[in-house]
Design a binder for this molecule. Structure first.
Ligand code: FAD
Ligand code: DLZ
Ligand code: SF4
Length: 507
């Protein structure tokens, strides 16, 4: 008899550890443990989602005939760690060893590798590309650009293919996407579920144990099993997908989700299969329900970006999260933990993060990420924040997005130039600036938008590194043409702003 480990983000009936064990004799081990719940201060909604989905998945396995040894967080025998639980259960059941699917984090891979039990690690087959396929693709390339990898994934899955050609003649329809914020959003957002008994039990547990963590536990409306997640997906495919592409990058004061799918948490936890999600989106295109730019854009996020960042995480190795190519050392400001700020875009993104454990891609990249990069915040602290606060955050997907794409701390493995912008970009894509104490038009002075000041400060302090980057030439030409007195004022005001930030003053 062997143990089959199922982690909190492995809640898929087709998990390799389940396929390679036998429900007639092997025992599934699942455990809510403080080691996983507290290695970063996860958002209470994320912890509740994980535990509720784990409990329901355990029930579903039992209904299929599995024996599940499930440990609840407050069980008196709980040893507090995944490895501790495996050792305890191995002794209890006299197991000869443990079978597990590779975890999505180097920390757990190392811990399981050291376990004093006969153990067998299996590949996580819930992804489209294997590690070897990504390695083969990356081998010998000077630059690992997502676009080319994505095309291979299109060919491999057959999604949006017309024979061996891309549907519609182009691989990528981003050109038609990225419109500024719409006046009206006809979609009423993600499907919301009333907590059932399992969820209510978990809410009581999490509410009692994680009161000090950043984030609101309630209202809690996430789907917590595959059936609900599929209902949520169907609701979005009908109402959200058709406009997904157009307004993918837009932000609005009074609409947190716009046309986004809010499926990351369900796919990453295993409740939805990424291929199934993409096939359903493709069917919406083939049925004439959604346009190609929307469907291609959505599918690219999943079989392109999602697979690509995973490839990078595993290729780059365990030290990836401690990279700091730009030498940024500033402490993460309290603004990220909800301290008052006059910057409306930051206030909106952080408040929404606190209430929903969710922000969409552009809020993460061009508001909170942009601000951290421009301000020179230590990327390891930025990484921990993102890992903690989003319900969809697991290291394999979060770290490449934060360390690589957002903070350029990997020295350009993922991004060919830093994702930085002045306030102008936020102004163009949102209505945030209209309701802000700062003035986005002001480049200097009392009311100058901090993003405007910090943008030049960043370019100036990193000029040796970026001046010759072909994609940044224009930015430096504008800076070079500015007269010296103006440049000095900009830099002094940026310094003053950063000093206030460091001193914990309201900025
Ligand atoms: P949609 O906008 O509706 O997109 C659909 C799906 O595409 C997502 O659910 C996701 O599965 C996939 N996807 C889109 N962009 C990416 C991407 N860059 N990398 C990987 N998958 C992508 N995504 C996570 O799943 N977990 C994270 O911890 C995470 N951290 C991020 C941190 C930063 C700084 C940035 C810039 C992006 C991060 N992303 C992360 C990617 C993206 O922001 C989220 O996947 C997305 O916002 C989730 O919301 P959604 O389901 O509504 O996505
Ligand atoms: C995120 C999370 C949390 C909060 N709690 C648990 C837990 O108690 N037990 C568990 O098996 N998994 C949990 N997870 C998910 C793991 O942290 C995740 O499997 C690893 O980070 C690898 O991706
Ligand atoms: Fe953000 Fe600047 Fe616009 Fe204010 S003015 S919302 S700080 S971009």
């Amino acid at each position: 008899m062997r143990l089959a480990l199922v982690l909190g983000d492995q809640l898929s009936s087709g998990l390799s550890a389940l396929l390679k064990t036998d429900k007639a004799q092997d025992i599934v081990v699942m455990a809510e443990v403080i080691g996983e719940a507290a290695y970063v201060p996860h958002h209470p909604k994320k912890i509740a989602f994980t535990f509720a989905a784990m409990r329901k998945f355990a029930e579903a396995l039992r209904a299929q005939g599995w024996t599940v040894a499930y440990t609840k967080l407050d069980d008196p025998e709980n040893t507090g760690s995944i490895t501790g639980e495996l050792i305890r259960r191995a002794a209890e059941y006299d197991a000869v060893g443990v079978v597990y699917t590779e975890p999505g984090e180097w920390r757990l891979i190392a811990a399981l590798g050291d376990i004093p039990l006969k153990s067998h690690s299996l590949p996580d087959t819930r992804f489209i590309a294997t590690h070897q396929e990504f390695e083969d693709w990356a081998e010998g390339r000077k630059q690992l650009r997502m676009e080319y990898f994505y095309r291979d994934m299109r060919r491999k899955t057959g999604l949006l293919m017309d024979g061996d050609k891309p549907e519609g003649g182009k691989w990528n329809y981003d050109h038609d996407n990225r419109k500024p914020a719409p006046d009206q959003v006809e979609f009423n957002g993600p499907m919301q579920f009333t907590p059932d008994e399992t969820v209510r039990d978990v809410l009581a547990l999490v509410g009692g144990r994680f009161v000090d963590n950043f984030g609101d536990l309630e209202p809690f409306w996430f789907a917590t099993d595959t059936g609900q997640a599929r209902q949520h997906l169907a609701h979005w495919l009908k109402g959200g997908l058709p406009k997904f592409g157009d307004f993918q990058d837009a932000m609005l004061n009074d609409n947190r989700f716009l046309f986004h799918a809010v499926v990351g948490l369900y796919i990453n936890a295993g409740l939805l299969d990424p291929l199934e999600v993409c096939q359903k989106a493709e069917a919406a295109y083939r049925d004439g329900h959604a346009p190609l730019n929307a469907v291609e854009g959505f599918i690219r996020q999943i079989i392109g970006w999602r697979e690509y960042v995973r490839g990078i995480y595993f290729r780059e190795g365990p030290d990836y999260t401690s990279r700091n190519a730009l030498g940024h050392e500033r402490k993460l400001p309290e603004v990220y933990w909800g301290a008052e700020t006059k910057m409306n875009c930051m206030a909106k993104a952080v408040q929404q993060t606190k209430e929903e454990a969710y922000a969409h891609h552009i809020q993460r990249l061009m508001v909170t990420g942009n601000f951290a990069l421009l301000s020179g915040i230590d990327p390891a602290q930025v990484h921990e924040w993102y890992l903690a606060v989003y319900a969809d955050a697991y290291e394999w997907v979060e770290a490449p997005n934060v360390i690589g794409m957002s903070q350029f701390a990997d020295d350009g493995i993922i991004a060919s130039k830093p994702y930085i912008s002045s306030g102008n970009y936020i102004h163009k894509m949102s209505d945030h600036c209209r309701a802000c104490a700062y003035r986005v038009q002001d480049k200097v002075g009392d009311k100058a938008c901090p993003f405007n000041l910090l943008y030049w400060h960043f370019l100036d302090r990193h000029k040796e590194r970026f001046r010759n980057n072909p994609r940044m030439g224009n930015m430096y030409r504008v800076w070079d043409r500015m007269d010296d007195t103006r440049k000095e004022t900009v830099l002094q005001e940026a310094e003053l702003f950063l000093a206030k930030l460091d001193a914990g003053e309201t900025v």
